[in-house]
Write a protein that binds this ligand. Structure first.
Ligand SMILES: CC(C)(COP(=O)(O)OP(=O)(O)OC[C@H]1O[C@@H](n2cnc3c(N)ncnc32)[C@H](O)[C@@H]1OP(=O)(O)O)[C@@H](O)C(=O)NCCC(=O)NCCS
Length: 214
């Protein structure tokens, strides 16, 4: 593979959403909605086009990473801006070749250059710790419901960037406001795949309910 990373353009949107569906299909749940979440996110003020990157292999898009503005709200209700990373998708035919790693590293570099103090995401610690992400609990950051979720991880992007930021991580509502009917209409225009069980769904169910007691 000869991977190059570049900024996504509107001309990539459809191919990237199809890729996102292929990457996430049956991974975390039966089917997936991540391609619709990405579609909604692009329309949201929180979306950051300068951090929406595609990975190309000889001209074909094989991976994508998105990022959006989020906040950590402290005990006084004061918001501190941070970055939310995701979705991160690599075409199943290109997985395991370093594409996801290249996209993540470049996104973190650019985010640091843009001055973000830190980034957070929900994901599998077995993957994201390799980039320097650590449990958000370590930074005193819980999820929007006040729980120290194991899947919520953070990384400072400046020296001591997350030192004085403690509170609730609040991401764009696009990640949670996914109406079933609107999703079904959106997805009807995409290639259709069979829903089916994969072990990763059980892992996801466990991971997404695990909590630290901070
Ligand atoms: C997760 C994903 C982005 C990784 O991209 P990739 O290009 O395949 O990953 P890389 O080649 O950079 O890294 C491969 C390594 O990551 C590991 N890895 C990949 N996905 C993992 C996961 N969900 N949990 C733990 N480890 C994982 C591989 O085992 C491999 O480990 P090794 O380096 O020890 O051999 C990609 O597999 C993907 O799109 N998956 C489906 C969608 C998804 O789960 N996205 C992330 C949501 S949080």
């Amino acid at each position: 593979m000869a991977i190059s990373i570049r900024l996504e353009t509107p001309a990539d949107y459809r191919a990237v959403e199809e890729l996102t569906k292929r990457a996430f299909w049956n991974v975390n749940t039966l089917g997936c909605k991540e391609h619709y979440v990405l579609h909604l996110l692009r329309e949201d003020d929180a979306f950051i086009p300068e951090l929406s990157l595609v990975a190309e292999d000889f001209g074909s898009v094989v991976g994508h990473i998105a990022a959006s503005r989020a906040m950590v709200e402290d005990q006084e209700g004061k918001p501190h801006e941070v970055l939310c990373i995701g979705p991160l998708s690599v075409d199943p035919v290109a997985q395991g070749a370093g594409v996801g790693s290249d996209l993540m590293k470049r996104c973190l570099e650019l985010a640091a250059e843009m001055g973000f103090c830190g980034a957070f995401l929900f994901g599998d610690p077995r993957y994201y710790t390799r980039f320097g992400f650590r449990p958000a609990e370590r930074y005193g950051v819980c999820d929007s419901e006040g729980a120290f979720a194991v899947a919520l991880m953070g990384i400072p992007l400046t020296e001591n960037g997350l030192k004085d930021i403690r509170g609730r991580f609040v991401e764009s509502s696009c990640f949670s406001n996914v109406a079933d009917e609107a999703y079904a209409e959106f997805d009807s225009d995409f290639p259709q795949f069979q829903r089916g069980y994969r072990k990763s769904q059980s892992d996801f169910a466990v991971l997404s309910t695990l909590r630290y007691f901070g």
